[in-house]
Design a protein. Structure first.
Length: 345
């Protein structure tokens, strides 16, 4: 197996910089649309054979150094008892937002095998398919990000209902977050048992919080998850707080092995701040994949130059690849990262 990604996570020496791409299995690939055209998004997530096939596509097409499980951060919430729909042009919708004690009390903690067995089956298929190729990354949403979907009923511009609950009903918010956190711990433990070799916790909306609010309403729950996981596994854990430039001090306390970074931060400044405590992942702007080839090469070079001195570095985009991206550009980026970083060694 190509273990370059795992070595970089742990800060071990590598022959080149590994790369994978957030949302690498998805809507920018024609091969994905061939499978997706035959079912809904949730049906695809719940079909282990098809979800595994989609997970494998970027390994074959792009040559990335890690696979990430094809699923969605919201599927555990559905099994907690929150009715979920994915609507065209609107995205995920929770039909009955969670905004009072009665609604929180009704939420359960799903069993990974009994309630989310389709995810675990997908992982088991992939560990067999990938055993001689690259590692498999499992994932979950972070509790704050997951809570916003439940409280708002979907995505939001200003997260007014979430922030009002944090400010006006902190005990209710804590009760909800405790349940989401317990669910996430069990869900990720299940993924570890099924065979993933690394985990990423996505805090997609962490950046909407002021640092003082993140200190209370966000990072403590991430710390609890990672602490619980480290009692049962030593696989690398990545924490990614999107738009989290102002949250680096708190993110460092997560006890993650790797911090994922978006494109809004300078890697050299982060390297000085983390002082060798963690490896780093990132951080090219996803839309930089629209640059002409020569300028894309320069952008890749710039990121690799900035990453010099990191304990370990995994090249990635600063957020998910967008659907309009030409797959050939993504493939070129992978090739450039490999070739340029080898020359830098």
């Amino acid at each position: 197996m190509n273990t370059t990604f795992l070595k970089a996570c742990k800060g071990e020496k590598t022959d080149y910089t590994p790369i994978w791409i957030m949302r690498q299995a998805g809507r920018y690939l024609p091969e994905y649309h061939t499978i997706r055209s035959k079912c809904t998004f949730l049906e695809l997530c719940k079909n282990p054979e098809q979800a595994a096939a989609v997970t494998l596509q970027p390994i074959d097409i792009l040559g990335v150094d890690a696979a990430i499980l094809f699923s969605d951060i919201l599927v555990p919430l559905e099994k907690m008892g929150a009715a979920l729909e994915f609507q065209e042009k609107r995205g995920p919708i929770f039909l009955n937002p969670i905004r009072d004690k009665n609604a929180v009390d009704k939420l359960g903690i799903p069993d990974p095998e009994d309630d989310l067995g389709y995810v675990m089956d997908t992982i088991r298929i992939l560990t067999k398919e990938l055993k001689d190729r690259v590692p498999l990354i499992g994932f979950s949403g972070a509790p704050f990000t997951l809570s916003t979907y439940l409280i708002e009923g979907g995505s939001s511009k200003n997260y007014i209902n979430t922030k009002r609950m944090i400010y006006e009903a902190p005990d209710l918010y804590k009760a909800l977050m405790d349940k989401i956190t317990d669910c996430t711990i069990e869900y990720l433990k299940g993924q570890v048992a099924a065979g993933v070799q690394a985990l990423q916790i996505f805090d997609s909306w962490a950046g909407v919080l002021a640092p003082c609010d993140f200190e209370v309403a966000g990072i403590p729950y991430v710390r609890r998850i990672i602490s619980a996981l480290k009692e049962v596994t030593d696989i690398p854990i990545i924490y990614f707080a999107n738009n989290g430039a102002t949250l680096l001090d708190q993110s460092l306390t997560s006890n993650a092995d790797v911090l994922g970074l978006d494109w809004r931060v300078n890697l050299q400044e982060v390297i000085k701040k983390v002082d060798g405590k963690v490896s780093l992942q990132g951080n090219m702007d996803p839309l930089a994949l629209f640059l002409p080839d020569n300028k894309l090469e320069q952008r890749v070079t710039n990121v690799l130059e900035q990453a010099k001195g990191a304990r370990g570095h995994i090249f990635n985009l600063g957020h998910g690849i967008v659907p309009e991206t030409d797959p050939a550009k993504a493939k070129l980026a992978v090739q450039l990262v490999h070739e340029i970083s080898k020359k830098m060694r």
